[in-house]
Design a protein around this ligand. Structure first.
Ligand code: ADP
Ligand code: MG
Length: 606
């Protein structure tokens, strides 16, 4: 018998672990800058040679370290920032994993000088490849200075892997910008190859954005400022004209930490829909403040990917905040604030305000839209519907003034537009859109999404009214599934039944379909069921929706098939849409229509 398992020697383990935290000079820059911020520095200098390949030096005037801490700080998992597991959920500092310095020291030659303000002497420490070479007392300025020389000198494979100086420098600038953006009150200087590149004095948020991105962006900035019991959103978005062809200036910060998040990005982009074209990227610099308990930054060593308690709320708030900002600056019509009803049901929406924040928060737009005891979406719906009806009476002058419903009535009581000569209005069908005129501008409507709303509400209504949900098939259909799909279908059978699919197990992985909802076109049953299963498999489970709700949504999507319409059909579709409870967005939150105000159209022509 021969044993083959051995423990890795420390230096090797450190080098391997370092690979996760330090991929390139920019990663070291990020870690050092964040440490200086955490140390309370007011002035930070970043000094580089050869895009950080030869030297990265960070000098701060923060609180410094004792000789003992100086030595400890390079140990793996050595941190002053958390003490127990609970601390992990209330993180306010940028670092906390205690890995950065150990990682850097494993793959470079490091020199550190540090002094605490009240001490006379500081500490000098030299470390190469995780080994302490020198530790002695020195006189040095208060604060801490780190020099990192020859990154990856002992890991040639990694060193070789580094990109050109231009490319590495750009990565550094990106990290530098993100930290500097989040801490405008801290002064920063950046030197590269002995030349000063940037000198950023301490300032306020807007000043810092302009210092970093150029004062020419000022004319394009629209401030965003919203508070709710749950979070604050502040910062700037760009006017549509500032949107760029490449993903340029887009920054999210959660509790001052730069993050990437495609979902939140979508919330912003969605708010610009109709204002910028699909291929361009809106400008934004947005800061969220929220209880650290609701954010998990612990998911990735670089901490750029974070998880939220419930990202749908954040999505809804952000989307509304951006729309609100655009509307206040008369860039988008105020009509389109639309809320997804099930967001209202989430507990987090009903966080009780504390007295300190109460008055500020309650005067805010977001509070009114979302937080009034779960009934806000009704109010909001009525409001937007009233807006629409007002639009409609100007659109169809001979119609009697529509009444704004006081009590939310059953949707079917909504008046639809009458058929008759008054409706001689033209509807143009162009690509995926229907376009028609209002007095105040152009109504542009996405046909497939409108159909989704209509189908969805029809399905929901039929269920609520206890109508016959299932239409029996003349020839029951056998379907055979893979074992995995079969398990899924088994789990879904009760929910499928609820929405009108009458399906029974028949043998091991075979099922017999007896009935389907009346809207399902003949001959399409099998493809539809397989499609539904496929979609449910793909969907991320972070959507905490019931099976039934997910099925209803997928089904509506699949049944919403755009087609070429006769003029009368197009008008009927518009009527049906605006008879819906929430015509503004699809059940999945995609915008259905937009009104281009006359002024926006006019401004295209100046
Ligand atoms: P983390 O930041 O996750 O705690 P690091 O390896 O980055 O881990 O740093 C380890 C510790 O060293 C920090 O917790 C902090 O106490 C100390 N430290 C690092 N950089 C500085 C600095 N610039 N000024 C003062 N203390 C520092
Ligand atoms: Mg750190």
């Amino acid at each position: 018998m021969s044993d083959i398992i051995e423990l890795l020697p420390d230096h090797l383990a450190n080098q391997i672990a370092a690979g996760e935290v330090i991929q390139r000079p920019a990663s070291a820059v990020k870690e050092l800058l964040e440490n200086s911020i955490d140390a309370g520095a007011r002035h930070i200098q970043l000094i580089l040679k050869d895009a950080g390949k030869e030297l990265i030096q960070v000098v701060d005037d923060g609180k410094g370290m004792s000789p003992m801490d100086a030595r400890m700080s390079f140990e793996r998992h050595a941190t002053s920032k958390i003490r127990n597991i609970d601390d992990l959920f209330s993180i306010r500092t940028m670092g906390f994993r205690g890995e950065a310095l150990a990682s850097i020291a494993a793959v470079a030659q490091v020199e550190m000088k540090t002094r605490q303000p009240k001490e006379e002497l500081g500490t000098l420490l030299r470390i190469e490849a995780s080994t302490v070479v020198t530790q002695e007392a020195v006189s040095c300025p208060e604060g801490t200075s780190f020099s990192i020389k020859n990154l990856f000198y002992n890991v040639p494979a990694r060193r070789k892997f580094l990109k050109s100086n231009t490319s590495e420098y750009k990565h550094i600038i990106d990290e530098f910008t993100r930290v500097a953006m989040a801490y405008p009150e801290v002064a920063f200087r950046l030197y590269h190859n002995n030349t000063e590149q940037l000198n950023l004095p301490g300032t306020h948020a807007k000043g810092r954005v302009l210092d970093l991105l150029g004062s020419k962006v000022e004319q394009h900035l629209i401030p965003v400022e919203e508070s709710t019991e749950l979070l604050q959103i502040r910062g700037f978005i760009g006017k549509p004209a500032a949107a760029t062809r490449t993903r340029g200036n887009q920054y999210f910060f959660i509790n001052n930490r730069f993050i990437r998040n495609a979902y939140l990005n979508h919330a912003v982009v969605q708010a610009y829909e109709g204002l910028i074209d699909k291929e361009s990227f809106p400008f934004y610099v947005l800061f969220f403040e929220l209880d650290p308990q609701r954010v998990d930054v612990n998911v990735h060593p670089s901490k750029q990917e974070v998880k939220f308690d419930d990202d749908r709320i954040l999505y809804a708030y952000l989307n509304a905040a951006v729309k609100h900002a655009l509307a206040r600056f008369n860039i988008a019509p105020a009509l389109d604030f639309s809320l997804n009803a099930d967001i209202q049901q989430l507990d987090a929406i009903r966080v009780l305000p504390n007295t300190e924040t109460q008055s500020k928060v309650q005067s805010g737009f977001l509070h009114h839209s979302f937080s009034e005891g779960g009934k806000a979406h009704l109010l909001e719906n009525q409001k937007s519907r009233a807006d629409w009806q007002q639009q409609r009476t100007t659109f169809f002058p001979s119609m009697p003034e529509a009444q704004t419903p006081i009590e939310q009535p059953e949707p079917q009581e909504q008046p639809t537009l009458p058929v008759g000569e008054e409706r001689a209005q033209q509807v143009l069908q162009w690509r995926e859109f229907l376009i028609t005129t209002l007095k105040s501008g152009l109504l542009v409507l996405h046909q497939k999404r409108a159909l989704e709303c209509i189908v969805y509400e029809r399905l929901v209504k039929r269920r609520h009214q206890g109508l016959e949900l299932s239409q029996q098939l003349l020839f029951p259909l056998n379907i055979e599934l893979s074992p995995a799909d079969s398990t899924l279908l088994q789990e879904l059978l009760p929910s499928l039944k609820q929405i009108g699919f009458d399906i029974e197990p028949f043998g091991k992985f075979t099922y017999v379909v007896q009935g389907v909802p009346p809207d399902v076109p003949a001959g399409k049953e099998q493809a539809l069921i397989e499609g539904l299963l496929e979609q449910l498999k793909q969907e991320s489970s972070t959507w905490k929706l019931s099976h039934e709700e997910r099925l209803l949504r997928s089904l509506s999507k699949r049944l919403a098939q755009p087609a070429y319409l006769q003029p009368e059909e197009a008008r009927t579709l518009i009527d049906e849409l605006f008879a819906c409870n929430s015509p503004q967005v699809t059940p999945d939150g995609e915008r259905v229509f937009s009104i281009l105000p006359r002024e926006s159209i006019a401004s295209l022509l100046v």
